[in-house]
Design a protein around this ligand. Sequence first.
Ligand code: NAD
Ligand code: LMR
Length: 336
Amino acid sequence: MDMIAALERRRPITVTVTGAAGQIGYSVLFRIAGGQIFGDDQPVSVRLLDVPSKIRNLEGVVMELEDCGYPLLRDTFMTVDPVAAFDGANTALLVGAHPRLVGMERGDLIAANSRIFASHGRALNESAADDIRIIVVGNPANTNALVVGHHAPDIPKSRITSLARLDHNRAAFQLARRAGVLSNSVRRMTIWGNHSATQFPDVFHASAGAVSGAELAEDTKWLTQHFIPTVSSRGTSVLEVRGHSSQASAARATVEQLRDWYFGTAEGDWTSAGVWSHGEYGVPEGLVFSYPVTSDGDNWTVVEDLELNEFSRDHIAVTIQELIDERDQVSAMGLI
Ligand code: NAD
Ligand code: LMR
């Protein structure tokens, strides 16, 4: 069978993107349809969800998707109905939410955004495919993923993740720059906890080329005054300087987290993703927490038994507490 015939016969992966008329949606959709996630031989069906006031914008996005002439794009479907949007979805990228504005922390978005994720959780539960894989991007991403899980009781918690890859990439780049190597020489970087200013980017188990992260961390001025604040407040810095929250870097991170989920992480390495805690490293069960994780192409597994020094434990305790507070807030809203 020639390649074209093989492509025509192959079953497409159905991907739903919420907030598809927004900034990140616009960046990520073209990567999905262009084959950057699932590869050059995997057709995709793309389902786009946004709110009624954005329907004309969605039409424009669909026109442009068609105009790219992607051979992998089997079909597109746009809607304002979440149940229809997630119908048969194998992958859902939950981007649709209000972004924060200058002066806000991501946690300030709980009141505005968590109800959206309750409704999208219910819709996913009703209509997504059995093998659904979910990445929550809309902020506050970890707690929104928690809300999704509570409203989608039939979806295994292992299928629900939040985006930590942007923080991971930010940390890898800063470490590589310090070590004078390329960012793809960085291994075993970890982001612990919340996608917020309390996250703990951990270099103690990482390496950058021949240099160990622990060695670089001996320069405590670099660690505490440059590395950690740069990574953990990068979203705020981008927002303040650009006037909008991160777009291209967030889309790239989403693509990479999903690709690693489908194709697996490299042998001897790990990445970071927000996953449902089962109590690993003393994190309360049921929080969505960024851990060091590996993927076998189907499931994420938390890397266990890493030794944590007192500095790391103290930082991790702070981000755990913030996630507990966020959980209590959505609980007080009656959402979990
Ligand atoms: P944007 O405002 O450009 O787009 C958001 C889109 O979501 C809009 O088109 C809006 O109409 C839509 N939307 C709002 N409510 C919806 C609903 N109920 N159903 C469907 N769609 C809905 O924002 P953006 O820059 O694309 O950012 C989207 C979200 O991603 C924000 O919450 C932002 O803070 C977050 N974000 C997260 C990360 C991360 O690393 N987790 C990184 C960057 C941005
Ligand atoms: C980011 O980290 O860039 C995003 O979460 C956007 C934000 O509000 O910081």
